[in-house]
Design a protein around this ligand. Structure first.
Ligand SMILES: NC(=O)C1=CN([C@@H]2O[C@H](COP(=O)(O)OP(=O)(O)OC[C@H]3O[C@@H](n4cnc5c(N)ncnc54)[C@H](OP(=O)(O)O)[C@@H]3O)[C@@H](O)[C@H]2O)C=CC1
Ligand SMILES: O=C(O)C1=N[C@H](C(=O)O)C[C@H](O)C1
Length: 263
């Protein structure tokens, strides 16, 4: 399978490049980055000590040489890349987070023209955690306050993380609610007492934290904590490759990692 990587010089782009190089069933055929980026024209494996012969480009028509694009960039970049995927009949794994409602609708629509896996977290552990949260939310649906805390590195630009939002959606869905109707996105000043049924979010940004998420269910006299901590971005890269292989069997449709992992 010929793999294209967008944001090739980013934190995830480099991790994905290394993972593709180490995968005998996959070939790196295209490496994209932002127009004007300093890395354009450099070998995609250069920063990793490899020579791949694939030069980083901003020419989206290079996608004609790929079967599947793996995109970890920014929402505006991903949405532009997605149109190029449709033009060249290329499948797409989207790991980018921070989309607004319109962006999510554009991805939904694109799923009718190509096959897409879109997930805010590609790691198996986080996707297993969603299942634990479903069970906890079913059991702790009365008298327990759900709070979601996430911590990430100083360079992350969106908040709360896509994973924290997905965790909130999982709990809200289990409670028969829409997250937007029950989310308390931030608190400051005289907030008054906590309202029943709300899902609160809090965010830390600092240092090189790869990604920590804890969901608290706080009751009277006890609290339950469900935590996931990432210690390597390799888990996101391996999950993304698994998603790309899953798409090899699909023509159209919008899927997530729960589909890929059949959980
Ligand atoms: N789903 C998952 O499992 C995971 C998701 N993520 C998400 O992936 C995204 C990228 O994360 P990370 O690798 O840490 O970020 P980085 O900033 O390290 O990398 C992003 C790359 O995309 C490039 N880029 C930025 N804007 C555009 C654009 N408009 N068009 C094309 N390329 C662009 C950047 O170029 P430049 O630096 O020149 O701006 C950079 O090379 C984030 O949304 C993050 O939340 C991250 C990890 C796991
Ligand atoms: O930006 C990151 O680093 C991460 N982003 C994703 C998110 O927003 O949930 C996934 C992971 O937490 C790392």
């Amino acid at each position: 399978m010929r793999i294209a990587i967008a944001g090739a010089d980013g934190r995830m782009g480099r991790m994905l490049t290394e993972a593709v190089i180490q995968s005998p069933d996959l070939t790196l055929s295209v490496a994209l980055d932002r127009p004007g980026a300093a890395c354009l024209g450099q070998d995609a494996g250069g920063g990793l000590g490899h020579t791949t012969g694939v030069l980083i480009t901003d020419d989206l028509d290079a996608l004609a040489n790929a079967d599947c694009l793996i995109d970890f960039t920014r929402p505006e970049g991903t949405l532009t890349h997605l149109q190029a995927c449709i033009k060249h009949n290329v499948k797409c794994v989207i790991g980018t987070t921070g989309f607004d409602t319109e962006g999510k609708q554009a991805i939904q629509a694109a799923g009718q023209k190509t096959a897409i896996v879109f997930a805010s977290n590609m790691s198996i552990g986080v996707n297993a955690t969603y299942k634990l949260l479903e069970m906890a939310a079913r059991l702790l649906n009365d008298g327990y306050d759900a709070e979601i805390f996430e911590a990430h590195h100083r360079n992350k630009v969106d908040a709360p993380s896509g994973t924290a939002i997905s965790m909130g959606e999982t709990i809200a869905r289990t409670w028969g609610k829409k997250l937007d109707d029950v989310a308390d996105w931030a608190r400051h000043g005289h907030t008054g007492p906590r309202k029943d049924g709300k899902i609160g979010f809090s965010v830390l940004r600092g240092g090189d934290i790869i990604g920590d998420h804890t969901v608290y269910f706080c009751g009277d006299g006890e609290r339950i904590e469900i935590s996931h901590r990432s210690s390597s971005r390799a888990t996101y890269a391996q999950g993304s490759l698994r998603a790309a292989r899953y798409l090899a069997r699909k023509e159209f449709g919008l899927f997530d990692m729960q589909d890929v992992l059949s959980v």
